[in-house]
Design a protein around this ligand. Structure first.
Ligand SMILES: [Zn+2]
Length: 120
């Protein structure tokens, strides 16, 4: 395998762990941008546990571990759902991505771990 192919294979393996698949990639300046979608759709509302209705998608940007020294920015196409349960206070919610990052976090879980290890 040449260097590019093994790098690509490595990158794909790394994103599988996050529960996303790569749909596109681009290098811009210092950053490697990876465009991804969740492997599985999970429409369950976190508040009431009822499955919601697909509304649209939002792009969630999170920073991941560097690839060959370049910071990696993931652009994840996250589904957004409407909760139709009248007894639930949530109207619109984003799919949770527990393998990727904490809710509202700007870095992936493993990137946070990596930063903490470097600081220690
Ligand atoms: Zn709900």
């Amino acid at each position: 395998m040449n260097a590019t192919a093994s790098l690509l294979a490595d990158t794909i393996c790394r994103t599988v762990e996050l529960g996303v698949t790569i749909t596109d990639a681009a290098v811009a300046g210092e950053f490697t941008h990876l465009f991804c979608s969740p492997v599985a759709i999970d429409p369950v509302c976190a508040d009431c546990g009822v499955a919601g209705r697909l509304r649209d998608h939002v792009e969630r940007k999170v920073t991941d571990l560097p690839i060959v020294g370049h910071p990696t920015r993931l652009h994840v196409r996250v589904p957004r759902f409407t909760c139709d349960n009248l007894e639930c206070e949530t109207r619109i919610f984003q799919q949770r991505m527990p393998a990727l990052a904490e809710p509202r976090a700007k870095t992936t879980r493993r990137c946070t771990r990596w930063i903490l290890q470097r600081l220690a």
